[in-house]
Design a protein around this ligand. Structure first.
Ligand SMILES: [Ca+2]
Length: 391
């Protein structure tokens, strides 16, 4: 019987310690502890019941009493644990409350962070705008600087021009003064000349009645004419020079229109050819029978008579005039550009035997056309004649 009681006691202790040790107050709930107490009470009741069953055994009373005392001690320990659990629970509440407070603070901080973020974005946006404005302003400044440079350059140019103009004005003023001075001199000279002329006129008037007679007028200077188409001069005239005919190109509008008797010994100076100029060509007979495309000679002749004329459309000089040569009135082709009418000798010579169609100034016969030309005495389609006379 004693052995059975001992076994019961050992089981009770083992169970009690197992229950107590398996409990962690920091992890349990309020419900867990109450359940434990309940379990212990039940266990105590069972133990007391088991003790009653074992009462008949002598000496067991003291053992049971000791066991109950130990159980009571365990109960006290459990109460201490319960208090600890309450403290822990309270601390947990505090911690929970702190956590909530922290959460709330975190939310507040979050909200403030959001606000700050929003403000930062606004500031960023404003910074962007300011940056853009700054760039625009910088660009404008550069443009203004460039314009200032241009204006400065223009001002310098204008200043230079002004200086030049000032200088030119000074020069012009100086020239004007010089011209004024020359005018004064000229005026003075003119006055002197006028005075001298008056004196000369007075002298002439005083000698007119006695000294001037027709026999004193010099008439031996003679006059000149050109003999076109010949290398020599007519009888009773003097050759001034023999030359070759020349002038403008027949199909050119410009250059000179008169015909020239050119020297055969030309001389030139060093004048450079300018950009614009007229031309001088040689001359050819054109459709003159027996002389077509030959070059035309000419001679400048001095007649003893004081004046010389060419009379077209006749072979006879006016009464009292001396004839030098007769021939045909030469001109340019009617469809060409203008040329001069001259008297081509009736028996023309070729300048040389060389025939080369170079054209240039051309000598055509001239043919009558009735209409404004009076017919009679003129007739249509006649080669016009001519005569050169002096008196
Ligand atoms: Ca020709």
């Amino acid at each position: 019987m004693k052995t059975v009681f001992k076994l019961c006691f050992v089981w009770l202790l083992a169970t009690t310690f197992t229950v107590v040790n398996s409990h962690d107050p920091t992890r349990s709930t309020a419900c867990g502890y109450e359940q434990l107490l309940e379990d212990l009470r039940n266990l105590l009741a069972q133990t007391q019941s088991s003790a009653q069953n074992c009462k008949s055994d002598q000496g067991m009373g003291a053992v049971v009493a000791q066991l109950v005392a130990e159980l009571s001690s365990v109960k006290d320990n459990l109460n201490v644990l319960k208090i600890s659990q309450q403290i822990v629970k309270s601390e947990l509440q505090t911690t929970k409350s702190d956590l909530e407070a922290t959460k709330s603070e975190r939310q507040t901080t979050n909200s403030e962070l959001q606000t700050m973020k929003s403000e930062l974005q606004t500031t960023n946006s404003e910074l962007q705008i300011m940056k853009s404005d700054l760039q625009t302003t910088q660009s404008k400044l550069q443009t203004m600087e460039s314009e200032m440079q241009t204006t400065k350059s223009k001002l310098q140019t204008m200043e230079l021009e002004l200086q030049t103009t000032q200088s030119e004005l000074q020069a012009t003023k100086s020239e004007l003064q010089a011209t004024q001075s020359e005018l004064h001199t000229t005026k003075s000279e003119l006055q002197t000349m006028e005075s001298e002329l008056k004196t000369a006129l007075t002298d002439l008037q005083s000698t007119k009645q006695t000294d001037v007679t027709p026999s004193r007028i010099k008439t031996d200077l003679g006059s000149t004419f050109i003999r076109w188409g010949r290398k020599s001069c007519p009888t009773n005239t003097t050759l001034v020079y023999a030359g070759v005919a020349g002038g403008k190109y027949y199909d050119h509008k410009g250059s000179g229109t008169n015909r020239l008797c050119l020297t055969r010994t030309p001389q030139f100076d060093n004048t450079a050819k300018p950009p614009y100029y007229g031309n001088l060509y040689g001359a050819e007979y054109e459709d003159i029978p027996g002389h077509h495309n030959h070059d035309v000679p000419c001679s400048v002749c001095l007649a003893p008579q004081s004046t010389t004329i060419m009379v077209p459309a006749t072979l006879t000089c006016p009464p009292g005039w001396t004839p030098h040569y007769t021939g045909h009135l030469a001109s340019e082709h009617f469809s060409h550009y203008g040329g001069e009418y001259v008297c081509l000798d009736g028996s023309p010579e070729d300048d040389s035997s060389v025939v080369q169609n170079d054209n240039g100034l051309l000598f055509y016969y001239t043919v009558t056309v009735c209409g404004s030309l009076p017919c009679p005495p003129y007739s249509n389609d006649k080669v016009v004649t001519c005569v050169v006379c002096s008196k």
